[in-house]
Design a protein. Structure first.
Length: 505
């Protein structure tokens, strides 16, 4: 009874939210199950405002609302500069990638990102490119989903005292259920609802430390004279407010690039361009997505630094090395079931919106881009098998989440680095470079993947002074150079003029 008295309102609000999201997913079940085009792309008829909110809510997940918010507890208000990189990449994604990806996917009749590679780089190696890109998606997505689930499970444990494993199970499999049911319709419309909630909660989260401290002036005065220490044991002083005071600018740039570049290379975001309704919808989303993203990020990226005024020296010493728990501690300190309940709804939304999208992408990659290539199947079987593939993949993610290999931010940034290095040259080349070849695409993907893995697991943490050199830098440079050089050396493999006319008309 004591537990319900303390957490009953929060649990009720979360239950209402989860019930609404599951209802939306099941509402679209019949329509989504009609055929592959309906299930995979929502028949390319999603309104611009829905796509805009879905793009925003999918990109900034639990790893942002919990992981990135917590990181600013360690790195100060300088961490907000990460948001600047992300907004810039959002604009690049919608202005440079979106319009061409939508039009080319329609002309090529592409329904997934791997099959875009197959259809764009038309050759006897196209199927190999498609299958390889699918395996890269499954590898990177495993890290990303684990990061999201870890962040959500930690929050449930801190705020509601839910066992970590049970929290991860609830988050992963509730999301899997409505995603399996509604397909792309369910993913997009639930993401839009979640995007609205996340936008509101981002603003509330920023207000909490100011309210706790008694206003703007008292908070800033306390923040400028902290007695807390950094992870190295040095006094913070005014470091939270000083640019670069406790954060390496190099690391800020690295996280800004690795995660920001996902917007121009991550299949779960690129596929949004496939489903948008028309040019008017594209224009709306192109204008408003960076606005939604920018406002939310500025709020969230500053929260952790401000939480310093809410905790004791002992609590700060613990949190500086456990930043994934900062947001949960903030809610506990506020001790308001109503605010905590509303914010928990938003944080659930942040996790579920991204989990749904990556679960969907994993399922389509397994069935449409690996299984169907290896052993072609009737179209009527594809949707059903995609649903089972999603469930199977979520089981793997859940097991991985029980023993996460790194923190939320590190797992998310590694996944972003893999996508950026492995896919961006091939996507950009496909959209803009007529002379790009299949060999260039295949070689670039292999190079991006290999350099990422070698740098992270063999070099970055094993050689002194290399820890701050994020894998995205060498991997992206090598991958892009390989794409250019390999394509130029195999110019005889450029698709024929008729095919290029279809692609670029």
């Amino acid at each position: 009874m004591d537990y319900l008295a303390q957490h009953g309102l929060t649990l009720l609000l979360i239950a209402v939210y989860v019930g609404l999201i599951i209802y939306i997913g099941w509402h679209f079940q019949k329509r989504a199950s009609q055929n592959v085009n309906e299930y995979y792309l929502a028949n390319r008829k999603i309104p611009g405002w829905v796509v805009s909110l879905a793009f925003f809510s999918t990109f900034i997940s639990t790893s942002t609302y919990i992981g990135q918010a917590g990181e600013s507890f360690k790195y100060g208000l300088s961490w907000a500069y990460v948001a600047l990189f992300w907004v810039v990449f959002c604009m690049i994604s919608w202005l440079v990638m979106g319009p061409r990806m939508r039009s080319q996917s329609i002309r090529l009749k592409s329904v997934t990102v791997p099959d875009y590679f197959h259809l764009r780089y038309q050759s006897n190696l196209s199927k190999s490119i498609r299958v390889l890109s699918s395996f890269i998606i499954l590898f990177a997505t495993l890290w990303y989903m684990t990061g999201i689930a870890k962040g959500g499970a930690n929050l449930l444990n801190t705020v509601l005292e839910v066992d970590y494993g049970l929290g991860a199970f609830i988050l992963i499999f509730f999301t899997c259920g409505y995603t399996m049911a509604g397909g792309m319709y369910g993913v997009m419309w639930t993401d839009a609802v979640q995007g609205i909630l996340m936008f509101i909660v981002a603003i509330i989260m920023l207000i909490i430390p100011f309210y706790f401290a008694g206003g703007y002036s008292p908070l800033m005065e306390k923040l400028a004279n902290l007695q807390h220490v950094t992870a190295d044991g040095n006094p913070i002083g005014d470091g939270m407010m000083t640019f670069g005071g406790v954060a390496s600018m190099y690391y800020i740039i690295a996280i800004g690039l690795t995660i920001g570049m996902k917007q121009v290379s991550d299949p779960k975001l690129i596929i949004r361009f496939y489903s948008i309704k028309d040019k008017a919808s594209m224009k709306f989303a192109m204008t408003w997505t960076p606005v939604f993203l920018g406002i939310s990020l500025i709020c969230v990226m500053c929260v952790g630094a401000l939480v310093h005024v809410m905790v004791s020296d002992e609590e700060a010493a613990y949190l500086i090395n456990n930043t994934d728990e900062v947001v949960g501690v903030m809610f506990n300190k506020l001790n308001s079931p109503t605010v905590s309940g509303i914010c928990m709804m938003g944080l659930f939304a942040a996790g579920m919106s991204s989990l749904a999208s990556v679960t969907f992408i994993a399922g389509t990659s397994i069935v449409k881009d690996i299984w169907n290539i290896w052993k072609p199947m009737e179209e009527k079987k594809i949707v059903g098998r995609t649903k089972w593939a999603m469930l199977g993949y979520c089981v793997v993610v859940f097991l991985f989440t029980l023993y996460p290999p790194a923190g939320v931010v590190e797992m998310s940034s590694f996944a972003g680095s893999v996508f950026a290095a492995s896919f961006f040259p091939t996507i950009f080349g496909g959209l803009y470079l007529r002379w790009g070849t299949d060999i260039g695409a295949l070689s670039s993907m292999v190079a991006g993947m290999v350099v990422n893995v070698i740098w992270r697991f063999g070099i970055r943490f094993n050689f002194e002074g290399m820890e701050q050199v994020h894998e995205v830098f060498p991997a992206f440079v090598v991958s892009f150079l390989v794409y250019v050089v390999a394509s130029k050396l195999t110019s005889n493999r450029v698709p024929d003029k008729e095919h290029l006319k279809l692609v670029f008309s």
